[in-house]
Ligand binder design. Structure first.
Ligand SMILES: NC(=O)c1ccc[n+]([C@@H]2O[C@H](COP(=O)([O-])OP(=O)(O)OC[C@H]3O[C@@H](n4cnc5c(N)ncnc54)[C@H](O)[C@@H]3O)[C@@H](O)[C@H]2O)c1
Length: 274
C-alpha cells in the first residue's frame, strides 16, 4: 500500500464531537484524505461537504437515534467529544455516551472487519493502571444505565480525570474483544491543545506544562497536530496498533517520568498515583 496506507479513500468516517476543536480538525483531515465523513455533535456543525447528525451524549435515546440515522459502514469511528469539570453529565459526555454509541454501532453491525476506533482521552487519564481494579468494576457495568447508576453510587467519580482514566482502561481492555471482530481500538492522550474548550479553562488547561514548553520552545498543541495522530491510529498504516493509549503531549510525560525535566516529575508521579 505504501503511502496510501495513510489515506481513507473509499472509507466512511464518523466523528463524534466534530463541530469544534480536535474533532473538527479530524473531520477536515480525514475528508481531505479521501473519507466520506459524518459528524455527530450537540453543537451546530458548520464544516462543508459532510453530513451532520444531532447528538447529545448525555441522552441514551439521542445516541441510539443518531446511530440509526448514521447507518453503516463506519470504517473509522472517532470519539472526540468532551467537556470539562463542572459540566453536568460530564461522565456521560466523556465516557458513558461514547461507550454506548460504540456498543450500538457494534450491535447494529455497522463496524465492519478492518474498521478502527480512535478516542480522545487526555494526559489527565494517564494514571489509570493503579486504579484498574475499581475501573474494571465500572467497566463491567453492562450498559449506559448501569454505568450511570455506578457513578450515582460513586459521586466522587463524576470527574474529568476518572472519565479519561476509564476511557484509557476501556481502550486497553477492549483490544481483545474488538480484535476478535477485526476491529482496532486506540486513543490519543493530548496535552494542552489550543481549542475552544481549553480556552474556556485556560488557566488550568493551557497553564499546565507551561514551564516545559518554555524550556523546549513548544507552543500548546494545535487541533491539527492532534488530528494527525488520531487519523493515523485509524488508518490502515496503523494496522498492527491496537489497545494503545498514545501520549501526544510534546514529550512532557516522558520528560517527567525519566527525570529529563525534573519539574515535571512530581506532576507525572501524581498523575500516575505514585
Ligand atoms: N483542549 C485540550 O487541551 C485537551 C487536552 C486533552 C484532552 N482533550 C479532550 O479532547 C477532546 C476534544 O476537545 P476539544 O479541546 O477539541 O474541545 P471542543 O470544545 O472544541 O470540542 C468538543 C466537542 O464536543 C462537543 N460536545 C460537548 N458536549 C456534547 C454532548 N453532550 N453531546 C455531543 N457533543 C458534545 C462540543 O459541542 C464540541 O464540538 C475532549 O474529549 C477533551 O476532553 C482536550
Amino acid at each position: 500500500m505504501g503511502a496510501d496506507a495513510f489515506r481513507f479513500d473509499g472509507k466512511r468516517a464518523l466523528v463524534v464531537g466534530g463541530a469544534s476543536g480536535m474533532g473538527a480538525a479530524t473531520a477536515r483531515l480525514v475528508q481531505e484524505l479521501g473519507a466520506e465523513v459524518v459528524v455527530m455533535d450537540f453543537a451546530e456543525v458548520t464544516l462543508p461537504g459532510l453530513r451532520a447528525i444531532s447528538l447529545d451524549l448525555r441522552d441514551r435515546s439521542s445516541i441510539e437515534a443518531a446511530v440509526d440515522a448514521c447507518g453503516g459502514p463506519i470504517d473509522a469511528l472517532f470519539s472526540c467529544a468532551g467537556a470539562a469539570d463542572g459540566t453536568p453529565g460530564i461522565e456521560k459526555i466523556n465516557f458513558i455516551g461514547h461507550r454506548h454509541l460504540i456498543d450500538c454501532a457494534l450491535d447494529g453491525g455497522l463496524l465492519p472487519r478492518g474498521s478502527a476506533i480512535g478516542m480522545i482521552s487526555s494526559a489527565a487519564g494517564l494514571g489509570w493502571e493503579p486504579h484498574l481494579e475499581l475501573l474494571e468494576e465500572y467497566l463491567a457495568t453492562p450498559d449506559f444505565d448501569g454505568a450511570v447508576a455506578w457513578i450515582a453510587a460513586h459521586p466522587d467519580k463524576a470527574t474529568y480525570m476518572w472519565s479519561k482514566q476509564a476511557m484509557c482502561a476501556y481502550v486497553a481492555r477492549s483490544s481483545v474483544s474488538m480484535m476478535k471482530r477485526g476491529i482496532r481500538i486506540n486513543a490519543i492522550l493530548p496535552g494542552p491543545t489550543d481549542t475552544p474548550l481549553a480556552q474556556a479553562n485556560a488557566d488550568l488547561w493551557l497553564g499546565f506544562g507551561a514551564d516545559f514548553r518554555a524550556e523546549t520552545g513548544l507552543e500548546p498543541s494545535t487541533s491539527e497536530e492532534q488530528a494527525h495522530a488520531l487519523a493515523f491510529l485509524c488508518s490502515p498504516a496503523a494496522s498492527y496498533v491496537n489497545g494503545i493509549t498514545l501520549v501526544t503531549d510534546g514529550g512532557y510525560y516522558g520528560a517527567g517520568l525519566s527525570g529529563a525535566f525534573p519539574a515535571a516529575t512530581p506532576v507525572v508521579r501524581y498523575l500516575l498515583g505514585r
